[in-house]
Design a protein around this ligand. Sequence first.
Ligand code: ADP
Ligand code: MG
Length: 553
Amino acid sequence: MYDAPDIPDDDAATAASPIERPAVSARALASTLGATLGPNGLDKMLIDRQGTVVITNTGATVLDALEIDDPIGRIVRDAVRAHAHRTGDGTTTTALLLGELLSEAETLVERGLHPNTIVEGYGIALESARTALRELAVPVETSDRGTLRRIASTAITGKWDSAATARFATLTVDALCSVDFDATRATLHAYPGATLADSEQVDGIFIDTEASSTAIDALETGGIRTEPTLAFVEAEIGLPETDGSETVVVRDADELRTVCEYERGRKDDLRDAVLELGIDVLVCRQSIDDDVRTALENAGVLAIERTRRDEFAAIARATDGESVASVRDLDRGDLGTAEAVRRRSIGDVDAVVFAGLPAEEHVSLVLRGGTRHVAEETRRIVEDCIAAIQHAAHDGGVVPGGGAGMTAVARDVAARATRERRRTALAVDAFADATTVIPRALARNAGLDPIDAMADLRARHREGGSAVGIDRSGERRDMFEVGVLEPVTVPMRCLETAVETASLLLGVDERLAATPNLDPDSDAVGHGGRERAGHEHDGDSGHSGGYPWALSH
Ligand code: ADP
Ligand code: MG
């Protein structure tokens, strides 16, 4: 263990720093989230003002739901949220690390260390932690589906039972493999009304035609059109709208007939233009005139209107088609092809699938859940799986999870502290202790004594087992063997966010109530010289002590 040097008294004046407040706030948040960490994490029941109840063990969901009055609590929450948004995993880990770094800092300040010294020490420790993680990381081959499935399973551990976890890990890995790990070619659709097990992969581009009034009856015979020719039109299809200033005066029935015939003729022209080119599927960004659409459907053309911009672009690109402004601009060279366009019904939603795409393959995951909430939660979890696989495959490989990575970090950072000759050594060492909060929380949640478990882990690591962590049942095992693998990016970013936010809060020496600015349009607070981007700086809410937030009832 690192032996702390004596600290002379000249720093003692800084002990008045208000670090205590952030430490209290972050510690309270950490203790709220700590019990949700890992495979044995317990759920939280969230109850909103309307009495709606959500049960979750996702750190990000808990954070989003917490009503936090305290400005420091809000800074902590926003930082962790930003991390979750950027990384897709490690929310609870970040909150725990931050709480622990601030706690350690509080002790150091009490012992007379200047906050700036702590910030500097944490910076040194972070560099050393980064190096430790990079050394521990093992690259991942995208062809190694088994490993990818383990990474995906680790990322979503605790969200479902193990059968569902395995199923979604496989679903996600297979989907990504079929599009060369290009997540932009994988789309997710979530629908309530069926069980998780009904979720499936659909090859091709799946669009639900709800936004379109299209009755996709043109596909009625067998619900499929093979080798269709597709056209893509940007503008509305129909007669040009009058600008409101023109008036057509119709004096008698003959004239009315003439007008109607003229309109019908124009609409027939539109239909004929489409039919002449042998178009089977007409995809329009905007709306299609009812008469034109009916005429097209009667002629067997599937007309899809009000297509989402991204889907419109994706279908055109994947089918080798070119979008044009209007039907008049259509040319044979602009048409796309596919192996098939197929009708699908998901519950009461009508959808169309474009499959066998010549230019680039796409895949869609149709995710199901009993209720809209479950279906949406499923989408978020699959998004996290995708993020984890992408990180592991593209950003430096994987490290062992289950607290093994952080134990290795703690060991290396503590060693770094012994080489530090200045008082920053204290902060570097404190950082090493702080990182053990992760294996300790995993141990506690597995029903172990965290101190004993930590002592055992340290010993195993000293003996060279740097991948030894705590498995689901609480045993200390090699996490590469157990298959608990995390993209190295996740713990790396957890540490970065925690250090960045701790440093931000350590730099604050006084909290002042800001007078509301007399100009209501200008921002009354948040222009201080030390402000760092992305955080809200509020005036003092006058809150005093205790839990600075509460779940509302
Ligand atoms: P976070 O919000 O930080 O991602 P989680 O509740 O998802 O929190 O827990 C993540 C932690 O659980 C990581 O440290 C990870 O290594 C660990 N973990 C995940 N799956 C397992 C498992 N099967 N056995 C042991 N530890 C696991
Ligand atoms: Mg997680």
